[in-house]
Design a protein around this ligand. Structure first.
Ligand SMILES: [Zn+2]
Length: 317
């Protein structure tokens, strides 16, 4: 579903009226372990807001017990076309930090201007961004647009973790030692994940893989694979008949065995292409959200499931 810029702004404006109306309302409930006499457990002091699941994973691992983390994208919903409710905007204004990826979710980019949080951390800072044309094999790219799916590269996730750790540590020096230690453990897990991809994809019969939408360009770049996406950068955009025909041609040429689909968008197109070509279909998860049907309970586990799926599809030994 597409919403117009005008509709988004209108929604934002009415949310701001609501926000102004409740500025003197009841303060949000804050629990304090110190006041209830709990000395052993660290107090959750930070209120972090994240824009989508991969950032929730990073924030929880980095902040640990020092924060509560709120995800603006509800579990099981697709993050690209996120719309924010008035309550979410109000919470954002009261948040200690927003962690987001600029250019990924228009509603979040707009909200940042309207309701600036105390600290805005763009997790894509310092990452070498790909443009959508590179991801979509010649599809027309909007000027200045970039591919936001940076989290599907474990190497990018290391940079993102360090960006978040540095920003939070600078803003809250009393928590820096804890944040730094948590980040070190996270980085070790991400490097180990990357190592398993490097070795797992080193010797494969095929390099091409067909995906539901163009989410895997960073992963493909890192591990020497070629993505053939059915839909573009935005999972909610329907592929054209011409693109579907093109994907069928490319899939036949490259001898792929499997057409991948996702957990959060309809598998109908991917399954129909697979059916037409007599190929298998399987899940390759862009990890835009975790649900009970995800092949794992967190980023690391679903990335391992993705590796297994890629190895099977591409005949990796
Ligand atoms: Zn996506």
């Amino acid at each position: 579903m597409k919403i117009t810029q005008g509709a988004r702004i209108a929604g934002l404006a009415s949310a701001l009226v609501l926000l102004a109306g409740c500025a003197n309302g009841t303060p949000s409930a804050t629990t304090s372990a110190a006041s209830s006499g709990g000395a052993a457990a660290p107090t959750a002091t930070l209120k972090l807001t994240v824009a989508a699941y991969p950032l929730e994973f990073l924030a929880q691992r980095i902040a640990g017990d020092t924060a509560t983390v709120t995800n603006l994208t509800a579990p099981g919903t697709e993050p690209h076309d996120l719309e924010l409710a008035a309550k979410q905007l109000a919470d954002l204004g009261a948040s200690d930090a927003l962690i987001y990826i600029s250019g990924f979710q228009a509603a979040v980019d707009d909200a940042l201007q309207a309701v600036p949080p105390k600290l805005a951390i763009d997790a894509s800072t310092g990452i070498s961004l790909l443009n959508p044309a590179a991801a979509e094999e010649g599809a027309a790219a909007k000027p200045g647009a970039h591919d936001p799916h940076i989290w599907l590269s474990p190497a990018n996730m290391v940079t993102m973790a360090q960006t978040i750790d540095t920003a939070l540590s600078q803003a809250h020096p009393e928590l820096a030692a804890t944040l730094n230690a948590n980040t070190d453990k996270l980085v070790a897990d991400l490097k180990s994940l990357s190592d398993s991809y490097t070795s797992g994809l080193a010797t494969c019969q095929r390099k091409d893989f067909v995906t539901s939408h163009a989410a895997f360009a960073y992963l493909a770049r890192d591990y020497g694979l070629t993505q053939i996406p059915i839909a573009g950068i935005d999972a909610t955009e329907e592929p054209t008949a011409a693109r579907i025909a093109e994907v069928q041609k490319l899939a036949k040429q490259s001898g792929v065995t499997t057409i991948f689909f996702e957990t959060l968008v309809s598998p109908a197109v991917a399954k129909s292409i697979a059916g037409d070509l007599g190929l298998k279909s399987a899940v390759l998860d862009p990890i835009e959200g975790i649900t009970s049907s995800s092949a794992g309970t967190n980023y690391l586990e679903v990335m391992q499931s993705n590796l297994k799926a890629l190895r099977e599809a591409n005949g990796c030994s």
